[in-house]
Design a protein around this ligand. Structure first.
Ligand code: HEM
Length: 189
């Protein structure tokens, strides 16, 4: 994955759990001397090792850690590194959810080696969406919950997110129901 993921993970771990937790995680995963670059791509094994070590050092369970990281990714990492991509995705929370399936296409024009997940979004009524998630990676579903909640939070509202179906050996996607408290929220309202 691109360096921005490990850098985002580092920032999240330090802010939420403290610098000593990240130092321990970096040491355990063997990256304490690495200088990650936002726009360089690294083997997934490196990112995963950092993630596993950070979860372990944090003392919380993986799902809690990943959900928090998902929200942090939207609110801080993506916003800091690529604010124009976030803005281009829509001025209302409703538009942003509708644009989710195409968002990483935009990112890929900037980071050509991107191996992003795939999303499809079905609007099911005012402020209600069903989100389908496909990935070549395992175990990141709780991060998706946090990402979806983070999107709502970015627009000053909240989302109830329910994991309806988890990927399994017979089904290659996960399904989430999203219910926004206020679907009409714009960035400035
Ligand atoms: C400016 C906005 C964004 C940027 C620049 C961005 C960039 C990235 C990058 C670099 C990766 C790692 C994949 C790789 O390096 O090959 C990634 C993964 C991912 N992104 Fe985004 N992203 C953005 C917004 C979002 C949003 C809003 C969501 C909300 C659902 C999202 C969901 C994910 C997920 C779930 C992954 C994990 C990889 C996987 O599931 O296979 N991203 N993104």
């Amino acid at each position: 994955m691109y360096g921005m993921v490990t850098l985002g993970l580092r920032d999240y771990t330090i802010e939420r759990f403290g610098a000593s937790v990240w130092t321990a995680a970096a040491k355990a995963s063997g990256v304490e001397h690495a200088d990650f670059v936002t726009t360089s791509s690294y083997p997934d094994s490196i990112t995963t090792a950092c993630l596993v070590a950070a979860v372990q050092a944090s003392g919380v369970d993986a799902a809690t850690f990943l959900e928090g990281f998902g929200a942090f990714w939207v609110l801080r990492t993506a916003e800091e590194k690529y604010p124009h991509v976030m803005r281009a995705a829509g001025g209302t929370v409703d538009q942003f959810f509708a644009a989710l399936p195409r968002l990483h296409d935009h990112v890929r024009t900037l980071l050509p080696e991107l191996a992003p997940p795939t999303f499809s979004v079905l609007k099911q009524g005012e402020g209600k969406f069903q989100v389908t998630y496909w990935s070549e990676r395992d175990g990141l579903d709780p991060m998706v919950v946090g990402l979806l909640k983070g999107i709502a939070q970015r627009f000053g509202t909240t989302a109830q997110v329910t994991m309806v179906k988890l990927r399994s050996s017979t089904q290659d996607f996960s399904l989430f129901d999203v219910h926004l408290a206020d679907a009409g929220k714009t960035l400035s309202s």
